[in-house]
Design a protein around this ligand. Sequence first.
Ligand code: COA
Length: 373
Amino acid sequence: MKNIVISGTGLYQPPHVITNAELVASFNAYVDLQNAKNASRIAAGEQIAMVPSSVEFIEKASGIKQRYVLDKAGVLDPTRMKPHFVPRADSELSLMAEIAVDASKKALAAAGKTAAQVDGVLCAAANMQRAYPAMACEIQQALGAGGYGFDMNVACSSATFAIEQAANAVRSGSAKCVLVVNPEITSAHLEWRDRDCHFIFGDVCTAVIVEAADTATSADPWQVLGTRLVTQYSNNIRNNAGFMNRCEDSDPDARDKTFMQEGRKVFKEVVPMAAAHIEGHLHDLGFEPTQVRRFWLHQANLGMNQLIVRKLVGQEVGDDLAPIILSEYANTASAGSIIAFHHHRGDLKAGDLGVICSFGAGYSVGSVVVRRI
Ligand code: COA
């Protein structure tokens, strides 16, 4: 079987940071406005008073300290509470494609490849800017890549699921060099007015180049020893926005048209699922979890990651074994484990083993076991 490698990664980081203090100040200003608007109903006994958020809760419950966003002013405006994006003409490059092109160019440069050498583009993300034409086709054209492109969405597992498709395409010969790109504009699907989740997400884009070992010229190739994907249906993370909404005569601003979750249930159910998945995958490849030098895990919750790795290796672990990037980036959907891999692999030595693993809505879990060459 052909040896497959990840030969480069790239990261686009939006220009604006929102700290927890800024986020909570704007959320609490929104709460004051709502409560003032509803003062007479609240005084009459209706249970509709909104409760403020707190920085302490956010940091303790999630580990998130800040997030990057494409538009800060709209999110922090207590009379708006969502980013403001200016519509672009069909003849212009779309915003999602723009950040994808940036991350892709960096990944190509890291892999030592030109766009013309790419013959497959997978745009894999939790949300697509439009239904069609596929984002991947626009990104392919903007880069000057050849072959084919398609979009795919498995929510927070989109990147790892796409890496498996890319590896299989190269292995089978249907492509020689595949770009997997994950433009995650999560600020547009987050309900910034909901205290339970307003702190969760951040925007970013990651990109990964997948090719055969014998075509790779990169100074930093990572052999893909195996990929494994699993899904198990759950309603605990859900977003009902879709093309049939207008035919259902539903309110486009209704709560169920943005990200919703039962966070505590997700925590409880996904931790054992992800740990068992990683352990089973490693076992079938002939490895024990204790042989893994680094876990680049999905970044949704600090406690979740600590628990998963503790289950795997049987002891408390620090950042060195399972680096945390969510304190800086928050949850970036499918890009989280790739950001961790992008930033925290330079110190590993040839022969070192690592696991990239995503978990999220679906539920879905995807693992990619890699070894530094
Ligand atoms: N500020 C202050 N207090 C808050 C708050 C906020 N923003 N949001 C909730 N609280 C309160 C709740 O009202 C509740 O109070 P109570 O105990 O008096 O009822 C308490 O804090 C606990 O709320 P809960 O929602 O149970 O918090 P949690 O400890 O489960 O943490 C998450 C919430 C979302 C951080 C956590 O469940 C999580 O990260 N889960 C995993 C999610 C995940 O992986 N999702 C994948 C998405 S891709």
